[in-house]
Design a protein around this ligand. Structure first.
Ligand code: NAP
Length: 540
């Protein structure tokens, strides 16, 4: 395929170029090949797995349960694969991605260690030209951007960033060689999901761990452990029903949990506490759905938030540290974390917490860093500073659509899409889990499958009517962006500086990027558009 791909020309293009070999790229390729299409995946890493290929930091684990965070497209695959833990760890998820690549013979169609630098729509040919940084050219009728939502790391431009003489790592680009912490003084910047998962593991073996926290996060215990074989058997006996039920859930997962649809205000205090405690003991992201209004009503939200703060206070011995760890933003405004032993780690004598909220990190130095006028020396610095989410990777590629307009120019004031799938001015190019779709607010594999299925149905439709191009109309795109903004404005999401809003990257336009209307209604809208003959698209 490498040769074939290189030999494509504008006159003899491939059907599809897929960018990225994560879960979206693998499934897109599987569907493309089984439908007899000529496709190639271009991947910058030297292996499959996307986010699970890059995020190898200690403790990396999915916060959606194993039986839900997996492909549903192949009945045999879901029967034969066995997860070992309730929440799968990164190595096991990566093994699963590799298994899928081998099982469906995908690897020969993936070009590894190639970074897409430029994509140009050749209007006269109705063909996309994709150019990699090492000069390879691919021509295709369609492009599927399976580039991931959290695939471009965010490394703040601290003064003196490159002067540090010790080991330094970003959690999102963790090295492939073993990293040891024994006998080392380690500093970690950030307290998002990546830090919250890695801190307890690093603390177990390092000499001392100092955590630099700007904003505390809410974290719910995972209560992880070996997966219950009876639970697995029950689901595998009826996996299709389980998948279907999950697709009816707001975020595409959690159907196994008891569902409550009452207001926090309808419950007396004892009932509230008991409900929150039940969810806390179940563990995981389901805590946010203890009542029907903790996500939408500020007062209700803060009742749930106070329950979590009290849990933090009860777990952390040092009162000052406990208070520093208590978040005051809206619960769920930044993504809630799921942890194993996070708060208890602060009771270890070799762990200390430094707040950089009032005194930002002034500089990275050859020996460590300076904040609040105080210097801290380290053998190792870990940047758990997150990602340029949702648009970061797309913005690194020069994507030229009609009349040479680039995607970066088009999105200068924030991303605009139709359904998070298509962009006006960029015909035949699809964004998987793009801004404007439920994406990061949902179970990614569920939404990836839904998007790829939609795209493949669309390609079948175009073939059946012998159409060459499909493009979102400006009217439909504008309407979709307005709808997304209106729904988001009615929620508590825009109330804090989250990466959902682009607020973690200096200069990034502040737009609430994911679609907040929930997976089921979103999927229904997409289906309806397809049923009605692609309303909002211009097909030629
Ligand atoms: P993140 O949530 O964006 O956290 C980054 C952390 O770095 C925040 O605490 C942030 O503070 C801090 N930070 C950034 N710039 C800073 C600066 N200049 N000075 C001091 N602190 C700074 O990133 P993440 O932890 O990598 O997680 C990102 C997302 O990836 C998660 O929300 C989740 O969706 C996904 N993820 C999922 C899992 C899982 O499945 N379990 C695991 C890891 C990640 P502020 O909050 O003040 O900006």
């Amino acid at each position: 395929m490498t040769q074939t791909a290189r030999q494509t020309t504008a006159d003899n293009p491939l059907d599809i170029v897929i960018v990225g070999a994560g879960f979206a790229g693998l499934y897109a390729l599987q569907r493309a090949l089984t439908s007899g299409r000529q496709a190639v995946v271009i991947e910058r890493g030297d292996g499959v797995g996307g986010t699970w290929y890059w995020n190898r930091y200690p403790g990396a684990r999915c916060d959606v349960q194993s039986m839900e965070y997996s492909y549903s497209f192949d009945a045999a695959l879901q029967q034969e694969w066995s997860w070992t833990e309730r929440y799968a760890a990164q190595p096991e998820i990566l093994e699963y991605a590799n298994h899928v690549a081998d099982r469906f013979h995908l690897r020969p169609h993936i070009e590894f260690k190639r970074t897409v630098a430029k994509m140009v729509y050749l209007e006269d040919r109705k063909v996309w030209q994709t150019v990699t940084s090492d000069g390879a050219n691919y021509f295709s009728r369609f492009c599927i951007m399976a580039t991931g939502c959290l695939s471009s790391t965010n490394l703040p431009e601290f003064e003196g960033l490159n002067t540090f003489e010790g080991e330094s790592y970003h959690t999102g680009q963790w090295p492939h060689h073993p990293v040891t912490f024994e006998g080392k003084k380690v500093g970690i910047i950030g307290t998002g999901s990546s830090a919250i998962q890695s801190i307890p593991i690093i603390a177990e073996s390092c000499e001392h761990l100092t955590i630099f926290q700007r904003t505390p996060n809410y974290s719910i215990p995972a209560h992880n452990g070996p997966i219950d074989p009876d639970y697995v058997a029950t689901i595998k006996n009826n996996y299709d029903d389980f998948r279907a039920q999950n697709k009816q859930m707001f975020a595409g997962f959690g159907a196994h949990q008891t569902r409550w649809d009452d207001s926090v205000f309808a419950a007396d205090e004892a009932t509230r506490e008991a409900r929150f405690e039940t969810r806390w003991q179940e563990g995981g992201l389901g805590f946010s759905s203890s009542f029907n209004d903790t996500g939408s009503n500020l007062e209700a939200n803060q009742i749930a938030a106070e329950f979590v703060r009290n849990k933090i206070r009860s777990q952390v011995d040092n009162k000052e540290t406990a208070e520093l760890l208590c978040p005051d933003q809206v619960l769920g405004c930044k993504r809630v974390c799921v942890d194993t032993n996070y708060y208890a780690t602060y009771n270890r004598p070799n762990v200390s917490l430094v707040s950089v909220k009032e005194h930002p990190i002034e500089a990275i130095t050859p020996k460590g860093l300076v904040t609040g006028g105080q210097a801290y020396d380290f053998d190792m610095l870990i940047f758990a500073t997150g990602f340029d989410a949702m648009t970061g990777t797309l913005s690194k590629i020069r994507i030229e659509g009609i009349d040479g307009l680039t995607l970066n120019e088009k999105w200068a004031e924030g991303p605009k899409t139709y359904l998070g799938l298509a962009v006006t001015g960029f015909p035949n190019l699809f964004t998987v889990s793009g801004p404007g779709s439920p994406s990061v607010l949902s179970n990614m594999i569920v939404t990836i499958e839904q998007h790829i299925n939609w795209i493949m149905n669309c390609l079948d439709h175009l073939a059946s009517i012998e159409a060459g191009t499909i493009e979102a109309t400006m009217e439909a795109e504008t309407h979709w962006v307005t709808l997304g903004n209106d729904i988001a404005a009615g929620t508590l999401f825009p109330t804090c500086n989250s990466w959902y809003l682009g607020a973690n990257v200096p200069g990034k336009p502040r737009i609430f990027m994911p679609y907040v209307g929930g997976f089921p209604s979103y999927a229904e809208i997409c289906d309806q558009i397809q049923r009605e003959g692609y309303t909002g698209f211009s097909i030629r």
